[in-house]
Design a protein around this ligand. Structure first.
Ligand code: NAD
Length: 488
């Protein structure tokens, strides 16, 4: 690996099977959010690099698409083998660049491997059908075809698994891909790109371009050879990309922002519920699309829930994610810290009560990083901004409710609909409420939603389409009808 004059490793993009710098020669610097120390120089690509990547993906498509699904599966299993072998090394890059504790980074790696293996196999079952035809002398059949060249744009908060949630089904289906990671976690993506090179995929099947988001995004939107945009990120950018994709009627999958309600009924198993809610709330320092944004607690258990959550938040070990015992790392950058500060100040000003945290972490160990303390706010009014916006930080916001009908209405009263969670020992109530919640996913006495086998995604302004599961493969397939004349 080449080094900068300051001794910083220089990462490379992957275009047409080669690890390359940006055509401009420019780089940006990737930073460890725990201590502000530079990790690597990242190629700062633009439209010219993106165009080369689309050229490569378009050239690679016919041959890749015509391989059998079984042969493509072999390539994907090979990437999975390499990823498993290098699991610790890649997990450490995730922790160093994104901030999450190593144990969480390891979880991401597992989901990545699972996605590769599951889609490798699932694409072998992309059946068409023979349709009973009302017209004599004709046969109708359908065949599943890959969509074509796909553009993938991913966020920073799940920087490794997100690559495979898109690339595994796309490549398994016979599509080729140009992937643009988030600026903050480009090093993780370029590390993953090296694994694809090691697996010796045919040139151009997958390409990684880092750098100027709008310029790269614009090429993916305007080049007619790109037939689909798969995006995970904020609703705001998703809307922009959908508008852009409309010009050429490109297919889109949108995994957008969430604002998950968590409902604790008085008849829940409180010990189990509290452990699950605390783990969910502080997962990735609160920077998760499926994170607990609004915690609704039935009046009779409200004080006890507030007490336990406050105690939990006060005991958490916060720090550099590779340090033993650390359960929560930094936020991704100082902008994120400032946004959380704003939301907390706004809630307190509107009447919320601060139980613990409510500030940046104090002390020498935290000075150079972007740390915010685990925080609990009670009696948060619905007029607080954090009720309507994603907090994306380690702030538990507790709201009070009395009845089932009331809480369902409150839970649905936002424009987002990614995930929701409810805790009750009454199964009738669990199913009744789960069916009424306007979200793509509901956890019942459970907060872990993800698996390679399961469809993940939202409704309303949380997106369109699903990642994972059979549905995740559908996103990269078209149905072609063939009508055949049969004589005699
Ligand atoms: P973001 O929307 O700011 O950025 C996401 C990606 O879009 C990045 O790669 C960014 O560089 C790129 N981008 C930004 N402007 C662009 C443009 N004009 N053209 C092309 N690309 C552009 O989101 P973020 O801050 O990286 O991620 C956090 C958001 O992602 C949260 O809202 C979170 O809920 C959401 N998210 C959703 C899911 C899900 O599955 N629904 C999963 C993880 C994160």
């Amino acid at each position: 690996m080449t080094m900068t004059p300051q001794g910083l490793p220089v990462a490379a993009m992957l275009i047409n099977g080669r690890l390359v710098p940006a055509l401009s020669g420019e780089t940006s610097i990737s930073i460890n959010p725990a201590d502000g120390i530079p990790l690597a120089a990242i190629p700062y690509g633009d439209d010219r690099d993106a165009k080369l990547a689309v050229d490569a993906a378009a050239a690679a498509f016919p041959a890749w698409a015509s391989l059998s699904a079984a042969v493509r599966a072999k390539y994907l299993h090979r990437v999975a083998d390499i990823l498993e072998h290098r699991r610790d090394e890649v997990a450490l890059v995730v922790t160093n660049e994104e901030g999450k504790p190593l144990r969480e980074a390891q979880g991401e790696l597992q989901l990545s491997v699972d996605s590769l293996r599951w889609f490798a196999e699932e694409a072998r079952r992309a059946y068409g059908s023979w349709i009973p035809d009302p017209v004599p002398g004709r046969r109708l059949l359908t065949q599943r075809m890959p969509v074509g060249v796909c553009g993938a744009i991913i966020p920073w908060n799940v920087p490794c698994a997100m690559i495979f949630r898109k690339a595994a089904p796309a490549l398994a289906a016979g599509c080729t891909m140009v992937l643009k990671p988030a600026e903050a976690t480009s090093l993780v993506a370029l590390k993953v790109a090296e694994l694809f090179v090691e697996a010796a995929l045919p040139d151009g099947v997958i390409n990684f371009v880092t750098g100027k988001a709008s310029a790269i995004g614009n090429v993916l939107l305007t080049d007619p050879r790109v037939r689909k945009i798969s995006f995970t990120g904020s609703t705001e950018v998703g809307r922009l990309l959908m508008r852009g994709a409309a010009d050429q009627i490109k297919r889109t999958s949108m995994e957008l922002g969430g604002n998950a309600p968590v409902i604790l009924f008085e008849d829940c198993n409180l010990d189990a519920a509290m452990a699950a809610v605390a783990a969910l709330k502080f997962l990735n320092a609160g920077q998760a699309c499926i994170g607990a944004n609004r915690i609704y607690v039935q009046s009779s258990i409200y004080d006890e829930v507030a007490r336990r959550l406050t105690e939990h938040a006060g005991r958490m070990k916060v720090g550099y994610g590779a340090e033993p015992g650390v359960v929560m790392g930094p936020l991704v950058d100082m902008n994120a810290v400032e946004k959380v500060e704003e939301l907390v100040a706004n809630a307190i000003q509107k009447g919320a009560k601060l139980r613990v945290g409510g500030s940046r972490m104090q002390g020498e160990a935290y000075e150079k990083g972007s740390f915010y303390a685990p925080t609990v706010l009670t009696e948060v009014p619905q007029t607080a901004r954090m009720h309507d916006e994603e907090i994306f930080g380690p702030v538990a916001a507790l709201y009070r409710f009395e009845t089932e009908d009331e809480v369902v209405e409150l839970a649905n009263n936002v424009p987002y609909g990614l995930s929701a969670y409810l805790f009750t020992e009454n199964m009738d109530r669990a199913i009744r409420v789960a069916e009424r919640l306007e979200t793509g996913m509901v956890g019942i006495n459970e907060t872990r939603l993800g698996a390679a086998e399961a469809p993940f995604g939202g409704v309303k302004m949380s997106g369109i389409g699903r990642e994972g599961g059979r549905e995740g493969l559908e996103e990269y397939l078209e149905t072609k009808l063939m009508a055949i004349r049969v004589r005699g």
